[in-house]
Write a new protein. Structure first.
Length: 176
């Protein structure tokens, strides 16, 4: 039977980030702070050929009838470089000036022979969007997963009048 073992999780306290644009927005650690990024721990042997889960959950509140799309990127730097968009919830159903929650899980695998990270994405973005077992975009040619693999979430709202709010409440990596 599979056993979840959390190996890496957010070390910062969440805050409610204001989003004032319909452009894709990097989620931040704090107001005016660095991008939220989560690294693969520095030991690769535990990940070589083993499945792991990257999980990002939280909630949004909109100030206009809007949709939202949460994306997850592979990043080659700790600062977050959005190197490869590996997964997305897709546009949520209409969030009509209310609060709704989201969860995006990437069930991934990397091995030292193929040197690829790939897998499936699952989750939801309420009120109506469900992500059900679709393939992630593969990340290729990673010879050493412990040499620099980070994950970074972003959000895009379809409409904003003054400000929408997003809060990431859980961001972690579990070895399955």
């Amino acid at each position: 039977m599979a056993n979840y073992n959390t190996f890496q999780e957010q070390t910062w306290k969440t805050f409610s980030q204001t989003v004032t644009s319909t452009a894709e927005t990097n989620l931040l650690v704090s107001a005016g702070g660095a991008n939220i990024t989560l690294p693969i721990p520095a030991w690769k042997s535990i990940f070589d050929g083993r499945a792991f889960c990257v999980r990002c959950a939280g909630w949004v509140t909109t100030d206009a009838s809007s949709t939202a799309n949460l994306k997850m990127y592979y990043s080659a730097t700790a600062a977050g470089a959005k190197t490869t968009n590996i997964a997305a919830t897709g546009a949520s159903g209409s969030i009509a000036t209310t609060s709704n929650n989201f969860n995006l899980e990437l069930w991934l695998m990397w091995d030292s022979t193929s040197q690829n990270i790939n897998g499936q994405q699952f989750g939801w973005f309420f009120p109506t969007t469900v992500v059900s077992g679709t393939a992630t975009t593969p990340v290729t040619s990673i010879a050493d997963i412990s040499a620099g693999v980070w994950f970074q979430p972003t959000i895009t709202f379809s409409a904003v009048t003054a400000a929408a709010t997003v809060r990431v409440t859980d961001f972690g990596i579990d070895v399955i």
